[in-house]
Design a protein around this ligand. Structure first.
Ligand SMILES: N[C@@H](CCC(=O)N[C@@H](CS)C(=O)NCC(=O)O)C(=O)O
Length: 219
C-alpha cells in the first residue's frame, strides 16, 4: 500500500493527481507545511513538516513524501515517476526510451519551468503585480520562461501531449510545474498551444478531482 504524506495544497498535488487518474487505493496523511501554522510546535498543532514524528519519515521536513512498503521518496517528481512506472499502465513508460523521455520532461519541468513559474505566482498572490517593482519581477520571470515555453510550444504544435498522442505522467509533472505561471495571461496568450494543452490536461476528471479536494482544504 502506498502512503502519501502532504496536504493537497502543496506539491503533493502532483502524485495526488496521478493517483486520482489511476484510481489506485492509497493512504493519505495530510501533513501541512509548518510555515502555514501560527504555532507548529505547540501541543495542539496538527501533523506538520516540523513535527518530530514526520521528520522521522522525511528528515528534509518537506512534503510530499511517499512510503511504498518501506521505499521512501521525498521528491514530488520522483514519486510520480515511481508510481507511473510501477502502477501507471499507459500513464507510465512502455519502453526504456519512453522512460528516458519522461525523466527528461520531469527534469526540464523542475529546472526550467518551476522556478520562474513560482516567481510569477509569488508576485501575483501578494498583489505585487500592481506595483512597478512587481511588474519588473514579472517581466524577468516571464523572460526566463520564454525559451522553455517555445520548446513546449513547438513540441505541442505536432503532438497533443508530451509523449505524443497519449496523456502520461510527463504531462502531469510538466503541467504542475507550469501551473504557477498560469495567472500570467499575456504569457499564456503568447503560447497558445501550451495554453490549450494545459487546459486539456486540467479538464481531465483526475485533475478536477484533485483540485476539488485541494479547494476543500483551508487556504
Ligand atoms: N523539490 C521538492 C520541494 C518540496 C517542497 O518545497 N515542499 C514544500 C510544500 S510544496 C514544503 O514542504 N514546504 C515546507 C517547508 O519547506 O518547511 C519536491 O518537488 O518535492
Amino acid at each position: 500500500m502506498l502512503t502519501i504524506y502532504g496536504v493537497y495544497r502543496s506539491r503533493a498535488s502532483r502524485p495526488l493527481w496521478l493517483l486520482a487518474e489511476l484510481g489506485l487505493p492509497f493512504r493519505h496523511v495530510p501533513v501541512i507545511q509548518a510555515y502555514r501554522l501560527s504555532d507548529a510546535t505547540g501541543p495542539d498543532a496538527p501533523l506538520n513538516t516540523a513535527s518530530p514524528e514526520f521528520l522521522k519519515v522525511n528528515p528534509l521536513g518537506q512534503i510530499p513524501c511517499m512510503d511504498a512498503d518501506g521505499l521512501v521518496l521525498t521528491e514530488s517528481l520522483a514519486i510520480t515517476l515511481y508510481i507511473a512506472r510501477n502502477h501507471g499502465g499507459l500513464f507510465g513508460p512502455q519502453t526504456p526510451a519512453e522512460g528516458a523521455l519522461m525523466t527528461q520532461w520531469a527534469l526540464f519541468a523542475a529546472t526550467s519551468l518551476e522556478g520562474p513559474s513560482l516567481e510569477i505566482l509569488f508576485i501575483q498572490q501578494d498583489g505585487g503585480d500592481a506595483t512597478r517593482e512587481g511588474q519588473a519581477g514579472l517581466a524577468i520571470a516571464a523572460q526566463k520562461l520564454r525559451r522553455p515555453l517555445k520548446r513546449l510550444e513547438d513540441h505541442l504544435a505536432a503532438h497533443d501531449y508530451l509523449m505524443g498522442d497519449r496523456f502520461t505522467v510527463a504531462d502531469i509533472n510538466t503541467a504542475e510545474c507550469l501551473r504557477y505561471a498560469q495567472g500570467h495571461a499575456a504569457l499564456m496568450e503568447e503560447h497558445p498551444k501550451v495554453k490549450a494543452w494545459l487546459e486539456r490536461c486540467q479538464s481531465r476528471p483526475g485533475f478536477q478531482s484533485m483540485m476539488q479536494k485541494r479547494l476543500e482544504e483551508p487556504a
